[in-house]
Design a protein around this ligand. Sequence first.
Ligand code: NAI
Ligand code: ISE
Length: 336
Amino acid sequence: MTLKIGVIGTGMIGRDHTRRIQQVLAGAEVVALSDVNVASAETVRKDLAPNAKLYDTGEALIAAPEVQAVLVTSWGATHEPYVLAAIAAGKPVFCEKPLATTAEGARRIVDAEVRFGKRLVQVGFMRRYDAGYVALKHAVENHTGAPILVHAAHRNPAVPEAYVTPMAIHDTMIHEIDVFRWLLNDDYVSARVLYPRNAARSHTKLRDPQVVVLETKKGVLIDVEIFVNCAYGYDIQCEVVGEEGTARLPEPMTVDMRLGAKRQSTILTDWKDRFVASYDVELNDFIAAASKGGATGPSAWDGYAAAVTSDACVQAQESNGQAVAIELPPRPALYA
Ligand code: NAI
Ligand code: ISE
């Protein structure tokens, strides 16, 4: 069976996911597209999905009888209504991060899915599908003993002028927030944010870099450096310190060169290249589960937990280094 997918939002990642479905992965095809920027949807149809039908609104696409599953890749603030509409229609939905821009919005999605009685939502936290993180989780669970500390960094070479301080959490660190809950099989209890002096390449509306310290229920302390004007490359670092030893996220594969009395290797500069394979695997997982009418992988509950934690981190950004508590209500049985 070929799963018939509708894509809402045909910008950068919507276009890339359409390419994946049409040209890389088996078992699905894009049959419908919608974007408020009609020209963008038309271009994606012309370039990648010539048989797809264009819809004026995301709601019309979700309701279309030929659409069996939905990809929500529009701007973050539009995700919640589309995901709710997909649940109401009983259609599996892959939603890019963030699931919703507020914890309340994410909770409404959790409640709707619980009422529906079956998982339909997968959130685009693709790091859980990255071979390096999967290997790190295996090492942490089998070799290094119970985790005590995590040291991590998320560095981008540069960001646009419109990128401001809270985005370091909502847009950037949200990936660490999700992946460490999964890696440690744990939840957060508090967040603190510390700032050094501002980097010269930053601007007045962006504190950069910043260090977020998360504490977990099991007592693990996680420090995450977010530095989005680091200039030298796109660099994701993670080291877990356990009772018996340490484990480090593997570097992306690169050729080690010896040239002119120097050892050299390339550092990636674009985040799209760093996780290219994991985007393929996450969508493959979505296609497999959605073909059976359900969903797997990062859940609406994970999206909600990430939203609650993000809100606490943003509050901590304004709290002069003081800890902000993170509390999650009991997890519904659907997500056990
Ligand atoms: P983009 O700005 O390139 O594309 C978004 C598209 O959504 C635009 O074409 C826009 O016209 C369209 N749009 C906006 N409102 C809409 C609405 N109400 N209905 C239909 N279409 C609408 O943005 P980009 O970079 O593709 O990001 C989209 C989402 O994907 C964001 O939530 C972002 O955080 C997430 N993302 C996730 C990444 C990951 O690593 N998992 C990487 C990059 C983005
Ligand atoms: C971007 O929005 C993403 O989602 C990427 O995955 C992330 O690593 C990058 O730093 C963000 O800006």
